[in-house]
Write a protein that binds this ligand. Structure first.
Ligand code: DON
Length: 591
């Protein structure tokens, strides 16, 4: 998703508000806001349908790139890698080679796996690197510029996935991206407006490439990226050169010359991790999702476990009584997220306990059906979990994109990839043509101080050299009666988890089709701040009902997230695309 650079809650400490206010005013002035509101008539939406294979993405050219590769005999992973590289060209706000991501794969033979190419903290990173001498968070230090950059994992991850699970080869699947970078592509109104991002203007190379030094791209103009095309060629010839060799040297030099701490050694020691996905069940569905270092799958399954004990569909789609129960489940899952989750390679995490159905049952007994639980009084049921990790005393002490792929054999890939903020750190690697991430902000810069997404995080997510920051990215694959049913995911920072849960529940409980489920107005609660966020589209009666239950509502934001999902219709066998209509340039493509 492109413009919605994270919400700054009212309770955000002053050190964060300068940028928050800036964004708020930028957003208010943005012509994109109209394109971003959820469709008012979502219930009349019908999904795009294809018979064999489908790619759904925020960018039509990236979806087409995947389909082109499928038609050449590629499988879902070949298509996912082709779409990923194409997004790095046509969707620079989030598509990337300078960031990281997660690819969840389920093969038609029933095997599932999770490829973690999340960024890592550079080896010179320290727990307090974003704090000033008084121990306060330095504004923007973890979000803008070279110091915010984590070691990029996207190139390694996509090359790994291609080699191990693809049918074609990297050079071939990168052709659409190379073509788009070299020959250019036409910008839509919404895309041209996105390139006005003010942070890009702070870095000469970003301003030159994306803003033509102030002579901004107009809608309908071609955007060509020759430096990026050259970099993509070098990757296609030898992806490992990004980590060992000439490209690694160039990347490290570019970051160091901007004042960052990333070195060639950081790149040389970067490792892709293949992990086992987390799996849960919900009323006949099997939910396969992202394990740590994402909090997404654990929080999603924990919330669904709590909700499984209710008959939600009887309460009515998006009725206050139904929303209340869902929000109470979110509140509890996000509390656990804050206290327990981080990089599993740095501490053992109580994942099994968190997604245990008995634990969910205990949580459920504390939910009042007629009253919101204030987050300040929330107490976790005793006897299920170890005490949360304690803060270690030290001496002084928003853009992502998701796409979904299903091929003709029924293999599925669910991919969320990110630079973190829109356009990441806003810094472009000099001479290489690509933007670098600001993923370091996903760590807790200071215990108890909210990050860009207002998320409070604990010691499990403190900065350490070589550590992966905790993510909320939730690429998810759902089975029904053992068969592929849904491929789900979204950007949205801390709101990704509730976005995916809202879409899943809208299909599973309310019988909405996937397009309606993606377009339906969203609601979000993340434990702290104790506020229920509502997109436009809820009736006055609903908001009054929620207030009567005790909720503080925030209805000031136009919209958030960007679901790009696929549903397999069990009756027709056709693939149905849920392409988020909050944006104007996406596509559910296929054949
Ligand atoms: O990994 C995460 O959770 C964040 N870096 C995702 C950022 C995001 O979704 C921003 N997009 N709106």
């Amino acid at each position: 998703m492109a413009v919605n650079r994270g919400k700054i809650p009212a309770t955000m400490p002053s050190e964060f508000t300068a940028k928050g206010l800036l964004w708020t005013s930028l957003l208010a002035a943005s012509p994109l806001l109209k394109a971003e509101a959820p469709p008012a008539n979502y219930l009349s939406e019908q999904p795009a349908q294809t018979q064999h294979a489908m790619v759904v993405s925020i960018h039509h050219l990236a979806a087409d790139a995947g389909v082109e590769i499928l038609r050449q005999g590629g499988n879902a992973v070949d298509a996912a890698v082709a779409t990923g590289f194409a997004l790095a060209v046509v969707h620079p706000a989030a598509g990337n080679i300078g960031g990281g991501g997660f690819m969840l794969i389920r093969l038609h033979n029933g095997k599932s796996t999770f490829i973690d190419y999340r960024e890592k903290a550079p080896l010179a990173a320290t727990a307090n690197m974003y704090l000033d001498a008084k121990g306060n968070v330095i504004p923007d230090a973890s979000t803008i510029g070279y110091k915010a950059i984590g070691v990029p994992g996207s190139v390694a991850g996509m090359a790994y996935a291609e080699k191990k699970y693809g049918r074609l080869d990297l050079k071939r699947v990168m052709q659409p991206a190379l073509r788009l970078a070299r020959d250019g592509f036409v910008l839509s109104t919404e895309e041209a407006a996105e390139l006005h991002e003010q942070d890009l203007a702070r870095f000469p190379e970003s301003r030159r490439i994306f803003q033509r030094d102030g002579n901004y791209y107009q809608p309908g103009e071609f955007m060509r990226q020759p430096e990026l095309a050259r970099t993509l060629e070098r990757i296609a010839d030898n992806p490992d050169s990004f980590y060992h060799g000439d490209l690694a040297r160039d990347v490290a030099r570019a970051v160091r010359s901007g004042g960052g701490i990333l070195t060639e050694r950081d790149l040389a020691t970067y490792e892709v991790k293949e992990r086992e996905p987390v799996t849960g069940t919900y009323k006949g569905y099997t939910v396969i999702s992202a394990p740590p270092p994402s909090s997404g799958g654990v929080a999603l399954i924990e919330a669904l476990n709590i909700l499984e004990g209710y008959n939600l569909s009887r309460l009515g789609d998006r009725a206050p009584a139904e929303m209340h129960l869902i929000v109470e489940a979110y509140r509890r899952a996000y509390m656990d997220r804050a206290d327990y989750l981080g990089d599993p390679d740095f501490a053992s995490l109580p994942v099994d306990q968190l997604i245990d159905k008995k634990y969910a049952t205990a949580w459920r007994t504390g939910i009042e059906v007629d009253q919101a639980t204030p987050s300040s009084t929330l107490r976790r049921p005793a006897g299920f979990l170890p005490p949360p990790p304690k803060e270690e005393k030290t001496p002084d002490h928003v853009n992502t994109t998701h796409y979904s792929v299903v091929d003709a054999e029924g293999n599925a890939a669910s991919v969320t990839t990110t630079l973190n903020n829109s356009f990441g750190s806003a810094a472009t690697a000099e001479g290489l043509g690509f933007l670098l991430n600001d993923e370091m902000d996903d760590f807790a810069a200071k215990q108890g101080v909210p990050n860009l997404y207002g998320l409070i995080q604990g010691p499990a997510n403190a900065i350490a050299p070589g550590k992966r920051p905790l993510s909320s990215m939730t690429p998810t694959i759902v089975l029904k009666d053992g068969k592929l049913s849904m491929v789900l995911g979204s950007p949205g920072g801390g709101r990704i988890i509730t976005t995916v849960a809202n879409i899943f529940l809208s299909v599973a409980e309310e019988g909405l089709n996937i397009q309606q489920a993606v377009d339906a107005p969203r609601f979000h609660h993340q434990y702290l701040p104790d506020v229920l966020d509502l997109e436009p589209g809820f009736s006055a009666a609903t908001t009054a009902g929620l207030q009567a239950l005790g909720y503080s509502l925030d209805t000031t934001e136009q919209s958030w997230s960007d679901g790009e999902c696929i549903f397999v219709n069990p009756h027709t066998g056709f693939l149905e695309g849920g392409q988020d209509h909050r944006h104007t340039y996406g596509k559910a493509a296929g054949y």
